[in-house]
Design a protein around this ligand. Structure first.
Ligand SMILES: NC(=O)C1=CN([C@@H]2O[C@H](COP(=O)(O)OP(=O)(O)OC[C@H]3O[C@@H](n4cnc5c(N)ncnc54)[C@H](OP(=O)(O)O)[C@@H]3O)[C@@H](O)[C@H]2O)C=CC1
Ligand SMILES: O=C(O)C1=N[C@H](C(=O)O)C[C@H](O)C1
Length: 252
C-alpha cells in the first residue's frame, strides 16, 4: 500500500541511505528524490528529508529545506543523522531552526535513547569520588568521526546526571605518560575495525565493582526505521530543533 508522506533521501548511495531506501520501499512510501553529493536538491515533491551524510552537507540541505518551506508557507521536516559536528557547524544549523522542523540525533534507535535515561540515572546516583565513568564504542573501519555521535550522547547523559559540563569533564584520548585518572572526568575509548555496525557501553567503575550499561546494533535498518518514525512525528510540527527523545516522548 502506498502511504501519503513523500520522502527525499540524502546520501542515497551511502550505507545509511541504502538502508533508508530499503525500509521506505518495503513500507510503501513514495521516494520523491534520492540524491548524493553534487546532485541538484529539488525538494518540491517532498514532505520530509532523511539525511545521513556529513554535518557540512546537512547544513546545505537544511538551507534547501528552509527555502522550500518558505515557498510553500509551511516548514519541511529535516531528519538529520549525520555525526561529527564541530561547534561552529552546530551554530550554523541553529540559525535555521526557526524555518525548518529539524530532528537531529546521533542515534535513532529506541535502545540507545532508552539507555541514555539509564545512564543519566546511574550517573546521578553514583558519587563521582567513588565511581569513574568511561564510554566505550566500536564501529566499522570506514567510519570517519570519533568518538561516535552515540558515545557523545551517552557522555552527555552522564554529564547531565552528574550536573557537570561534558566539555570540561571529557577525556577523549589517552597516550603516553598521562598521569592518574582525575576524579569526575568522563573518558571515551574508540575501536575501529571490520564491519562492526555499532557497539556502545558505559562503564561505572568503583574500586570493588563495575556496572556496564550497553547497546549493540545488529542491523542498520534499525537506525533507518527510527529516522522514518522521526519524520512521521515531525511532519506538520512547528519549525524548531528536536531530538529523538522528543519523538519518543522521553523529554517530559
Ligand atoms: N544517527 C544515527 O542513528 C546514525 C548516524 N550515522 C551517521 O550518518 C552519516 C552517514 O553514515 P554512512 O551512511 O555510514 O556513510 P556513507 O559514507 O556510507 O554515506 C554518506 C553519503 O552521503 C553522501 N554525501 C556527502 N556529501 C553530500 C552532499 N553534500 N549532499 C548529498 N549527499 C552527500 C555521500 O556521497 P559521496 O560518497 O559521493 O561523498 C554518501 O553517499 C555518518 O555521519 C554516520 O555517523 C550512521 C548510522 C546511524
Ligand atoms: O557511522 C556509523 O555507522 C554510525 N554512526 C552513529 C554514531 O556516530 O553514533 C550511530 C551508529 O552507531 C552507527
Amino acid at each position: 500500500m502506498t502511504q501519503t508522506l513523500r520522502f527525499a533521501v540524502a546520501g542515497a548511495r551511502g550505507r545509511m541511505g541504502q538502508a533508508v531506501l530499503k525500509v521506505l520501499t518495503e513500507r510503501g512510501f513514495e521516494v520523491a528524490l534520492a540524491f548524493d553529493k553534487g546532485d541538484v536538491i529539488d525538494l518540491s515533491g517532498a514532505d520530509a528529508v532523511i539525511d545521513f551524510t556529513t554535518p557540512y552537507a546537512s547544513i546545505d540541505i537544511a538551507h534547501a529545506c528552509a527555502d522550500e518551506g518558505e515557498a510553500r508557507g509551511k516548514p519541511l521536516a529535516h531528519i538529520i543523522g549525520s555525526t561529527g559536528w564541530m561547534p561552529a557547524e552546530e551554530q550554523s544549523l541553529k540559525t535555521l531552526t526557526d524555518r525548518v522542523t529539524i530532528v537531529r540525533a546521533g542515534n535513532f534507535s529506541l535502545g540507545v535513547n532508552m539507555l541514555m535515561g539509564l545512564v543519566k540515572q546511574a550517573a546521578a546516583k553514583l558519587p563521582a569520588e567513588d565511581w569513574d565513568i568511561e564510554v566505550l564504542e566500536a564501529h566499522h573501519k570506514r567510519k570517519v568521526d570519533a568518538p561516535s555521535g552515540t558515545a557523545l550522547m551517552l557522555g552527555q547523559a552522564a554529564a547531565i546526571g552528574r550536573e557537570v559540563d561534558l566539555g570540561e569533564a571529557k577525556v577523549a584520548a589517552r597516550d603516553g605518560l598521562t598521569g592518574q585518572r582525575v576524579d569526575g572526568t568522563i573518558g571515551f575509548s574508540v575501536i575501529r575495525g571490520g564491519g562492526v555496525i555499532g557497539e556502545h557501553s558505559v562503564l561505572f567503575a568503583s574500586e570493588d565493582e563495575i556496572i556496564t550499561l550497553s547497546h549493540s546494533a545488529r542491523d542498520r535498518t534499525l537506525f533507518a526505521r527510527g529516522a522514518i518514525e522521526a519524520a512521521l512525528w515531525a511532519v506538520g510540527k512547528s519549525a524548531g530543533a528536536y531530538d529523538m527523545q522528543d519523538v519518543l516522548g522521553f523529554n517530559g
